[in-house]
Design a protein around this ligand. Sequence first.
Ligand SMILES: NC(=O)c1ccc[n+]([C@@H]2O[C@H](COP(=O)([O-])OP(=O)(O)OC[C@H]3O[C@@H](n4cnc5c(N)ncnc54)[C@H](OP(=O)(O)O)[C@@H]3O)[C@@H](O)[C@H]2O)c1
Length: 279
Amino acid sequence: MDTRKFVLHNGVVVPHPGFGTCKIQEGEVCNTVLRALEAGYRHFDTASLYGSEEGLGEALRKSGIARGDVFIASKVWNTDRGYERTKAAFAASLERLGLEYLDLYMIHWPANRKQFGDRAEAINAETWRALEDLYEEGRVRAIGVSNFLPHHLEDLMKTARIRPMVNQIECHPGWPQLEVLAYCREHGIVVEAWSPLGRRAVLDNPVIQETAQRTGMTTAQVCFAWLRGHGVLALPKASDPSRMKENLREEGTLDEKDMKAIDALEPMWLCSDPDTVDF
Ligand SMILES: NC(=O)c1ccc[n+]([C@@H]2O[C@H](COP(=O)([O-])OP(=O)(O)OC[C@H]3O[C@@H](n4cnc5c(N)ncnc54)[C@H](OP(=O)(O)O)[C@@H]3O)[C@@H](O)[C@H]2O)c1
């Protein structure tokens, strides 16, 4: 199996790993992305929220790399939910990126019942309808969601014409979300891991450290091998050039015993619950 490629249910191939562009120092996005392109990344994850779309677009133009050789994903933020606002948000993202089309566009977070009560399901359905139309108009090659739990996906599928191709969720040792992974596997939805290293917090865990020492991997590579063992596409962010390169080198696999031991770690780092977030 080519572990550098994931194929979506519409046949679109997604380069792996992706490169996260959230929380890159202000003014540094263009240079960081240029370094990442140089290192070999071909998939970049952004969102209107991150403030990285302009810098990413600038880097793509400066690099001279052909548009068809990179995979660019963005997301509609929570304040732009609904049909018309989502379409306008998509156009604004394209404008900031300086691109004609996106490879993947996602709903960043589901509207939840805590904030929207009985209207939550209809809001998600309308936002999704906008993504479906953008897809059918050929303005985006794939559409997906982020932070959707199985019950959000079930609700969405009541009115959806197109099944989401991707679900991007918080996923790292200490927050495996195994029930989301199982649901997505069953329904042919590729899972992408945000904060695959738990923003570093996971790397100090004694089980991760012991596994790294025993297998000859770095602690970050143990996280990536565990994600790969679950069929999950990782989206690490690294500003440091050596970490950038380290995250591209996928060395080693984990046996079943190690996979299970990491699955069972106590919850750690953010452990976000899409049903209770209030943003
Ligand atoms: N959909 C969502 O709701 C959502 C939410 C959060 C994030 N995301 C996406 O996921 C991407 C990644 O998540 P993240 O940035 O929160 O967390 P992350 O990738 O788990 O962690 C990034 C941190 O780990 C460090 N790091 C990277 N590689 C390392 C290595 N090999 N060894 C040691 N440290 C290493 C980085 O350091 P340096 O940068 O200093 O090198 C940075 O401080 C984001 O950029 C974004 O695209 C999506």
